[in-house]
Design a protein around this ligand. Sequence first.
Ligand SMILES: CC(C)(COP(=O)(O)OP(=O)(O)OC[C@H]1O[C@@H](n2cnc3c(N)ncnc32)[C@H](O)[C@@H]1OP(=O)(O)O)[C@@H](O)C(=O)NCCC(=O)NCCS
Length: 161
Amino acid sequence: MTSLKPPARGVADSTTTMTEFVMPSHANALGSVFGGQVMAWVDLAAAICAQRHTGSIVLTAGIDELCFERPIRVGEVALVTAYATAAFGTSLEIRVEVQGENATTRERWPCVSAFVTFVAVDAELRPAKVPPLELHGDVERAAAAAAAARRAARLARRART
Ligand SMILES: CC(C)(COP(=O)(O)OP(=O)(O)OC[C@H]1O[C@@H](n2cnc3c(N)ncnc32)[C@H](O)[C@@H]1OP(=O)(O)O)[C@@H](O)C(=O)NCCC(=O)NCCS
């Protein structure tokens, strides 16, 4: 593992947003966006966020608590927001929220949310230390505490398999 620990960065320094117009090529047979397409956008936005925070190449270690709430139909918009909830040793957790939008009425609704864990790696693809995440305020501190509990559960599951 690379030992040099870079300086802390705040949540806002790496928060990433993507706006996607849902085209027929993104759709399933029902005329709404294909779930796998939304998952690709989730992974991409989260990876950009993780790279911005770590300044490193990152590998997706896992995606969990992925929930599909409401569809987004062809001709509507997907708004993807990714932000870091906690940084650990060589890994970090990113929260991703996808909203649907009707751009003509500006109506918005929750579509998908998930937590994505990344591992930062060096040029030899060995896990590398990630910068600490600077936390401001009770909301960010609570999110980091919840992320630490999820990480403990993930690692316990991993140890059992
Ligand atoms: C993710 C990966 C790098 C972990 O490698 P590893 O040799 O198991 O590394 P370690 O056991 O040293 O763990 C490295 C970090 O990953 C975390 N980790 C490993 N597996 C995890 C999992 N399933 N869930 C959450 N975190 C995990 C560890 O907690 C550790 O983080 P920490 O330093 O913050 O505690 C490795 O499993 C891998 O390369 N997986 C494939 C990744 C991939 O191809 N992704 C898709 C394309 S990007």
